[in-house]
Design a protein around this ligand. Structure first.
Ligand code: GLN
Length: 480
């Protein structure tokens, strides 16, 4: 299929799905070499995947869509890329994104904004892994990898009508993934089919000694094996916010009704700390980012600004960082540096850490299985009877917005897109965004949701207890 995907990539070049495409002949040579293995029944041989441009590849530049890394080529492959290549998968392209993963519409890119749909009616591809989601949704590859720090896999999956899976924090290796906010960063999977998502997850779900936050085998051994036939499905009432688009609310209710008809039990759940989660995230993520991005100064890392050699260091740093980073990244660095400063740390950073703990505790109170990270294996016996197996809620508060409306949004409004995705990130939980059709009744009221193929899906999120990744994927089978 490699040839068909490559043809499609050329045909859709105006959408700016990719920051870089690999050499065509190089891809076709690999496809030819994998062909025999594929014929012999090797599931992986010759599968074409796209990789978000903040995940390192040694044969293509890795820019994180930033001017400061525009000339960077990694000397090694990220572990997740290596695992795919070892299985004879083909990496066909690095996908466009929001610079360093900061954004929700893939518009903050050194290479220009990603746009989904046609020139006539451009829509947001979601962000920050918008290129990866769009590549899968438009058949430019079989599947793709992205990263999810606060929703960057789930939101674009919802906007593009495909599956987007963020596994539990620490399961997939981050070795070779350019850090945004280490305590939140995860590698995630885009695909159009549930079995493919499951297979890719299984392939990549391995301990990596090179990533200090990779979950060690001893802890992996006690992760959820629990797989009840009839699920207790939690409906977080706090997620029914006033700004939730009526069509999304209806799609959510329809899906819940369907799940009940399938024999699952619906249980109302309260997650009161959720309403502070977004503010906590936007203190913590920029704080970690400001520290992570300090190394891009034109000396240790990053493309140095032109014509400033021989100037004092402070000028060199300032010019390089001023030219290399885009406006949103600069905003985050300033926010982060402020909230970590002596006068602000107690009121901002420490408070946000406390909220993060409350969000984690809310989830732990809701789930039937105890959090395997907080208990020793011997204690992990009893289930909390009235607890739920998974939570089901919307991925985003609105349907896919147009690019024009996104351009008019101020930064804070853009941040509110992440209101439903950041809680699972703060708690490190597995979450899958699943596309479901809008209710036909909305056809008259919201005809724009039914025009063309791009916007006819609402994204719903299935969230599980830490380590219950398989259960989350299993629950998706019951979706309409
Ligand atoms: N939109 C969020 C942010 O800008 C999430 C990004 C992400 O998950 N990488 O921080």
């Amino acid at each position: 299929y490699a040839e068909q995907y490559l043809a499609r990539q050329l045909e859709l070049a105006n959408l700016r799905t990719f920051t870089r495409l690999p050499d065509r002949d190089f891809v076709l040579d690999q496809a030819k070499a994998a062909d025999q293995h594929a014929k012999e029944g090797d599931y992986w041989a010759g599968r074409v995947l796209a990789i978000k441009d903040n995940i390192c590849t040694k044969d293509m530049k890795t820019t994180a869509a930033s001017g400061i890394l525009k000339d960077f080529t990694s000397p090694y492959d990220a572990t997740v890329v290596k695992l795919l290549r070892d299985a004879r998968c083909i990496i066909a392209g690095k996908t466009n994104m929001d610079e360093f993963g900061m954004g929700s519409h893939s518009t903050h890119s050194h290479f220009g904004p990603v746009q989904s749909n046609s020139e006539q009616h451009p829509m947001s591809a979601g962000g920050s892994s918008g290129g990866s989601a769009l590549a899968v949704a438009t058949n430019q590859c079989w599947a793709a990898l992205g990263t999810d720090t606060g929703g960057s896999v789930r939101l674009p999956a919802a906007y593009n009508g495909i599956l987007g899976f963020k596994p539990s924090y620490g399961l997939l290796s981050r070795w070779g993934v350019i850090a945004y906010a280490n305590s939140l960063d995860t590698v995630g999977i885009f695909s159009a089919s549930l079995p493919a998502t499951q297979n890719i997850f299984e392939k990549l779900n391995q301990y990596d000694p090179q990533d200090p936050t990779s979950l060690p085998p001893s802890t992996r051994a006690r992760l959820g094996k629990y797989r009840p036939k009839s699920l207790r499905i939690g409906v977080p009432l706090d997620y029914n916010i006033s700004t939730l688009h009526p069509a999304i609310r209806r799609a959510w209710m329809q899906a819940l009704k369907h799940l009940a008809e399938e024999g699952h039990r619906l249980c109302p759940v309260s997650l009161p700390a959720t309403r502070h989660a977004l503010s906590a995230y936007y203190v913590l993520a920029p704080a970690e980012a400001s520290s992570n991005l300090a190394k891009y100064d034109g000396v240790r890392y990053g493309s140095r600004a032109e014509g400033i050699d021989g100037t004092p260091e402070s000028v060199l740093f300032a010019k390089t960082r001023g030219q290399g980073f885009g406006a949103e990244v600069q905003r985050r660095i300033l926010l982060g540096a402020f909230s970590l400063s002596a006068q602000a740390i107690d009121n901002y950073f420490i408070q946000a850490q406390k909220v993060r703990r409350l969000v984690q505790q809310d989830f732990d109170k809701a789930f039937r299985t105890p959090n395997p990270l907080l208990i020793s294996s011997r204690e992990a016996t009893g289930l909390i009877k009235e607890g739920v197996d998974v939570l089901v809620c919307p991925t985003a508060p609105t349907p896919t917005p147009t690019l024009a409306s996104v351009r008019e949004q101020d930064p804070i409004t853009t941040y509110t897109n992440d209101v439903f995705t950041v809680p699972a990130s703060l708690a490190g939980l597995p979450a899958l965004s699943v596309p479901v059709a809008f209710d036909a009744h909305d056809r008259d009221q919201y005809p724009e949701l039914f025009e063309g193929s791009k916007t006819t899906w609402a994204g719903l999120q299935i969230i599980g207890q830490y380590g219950d990744d398989e259960l989350v994927l299993h629950a998706a089978k019951s979706f309409p």
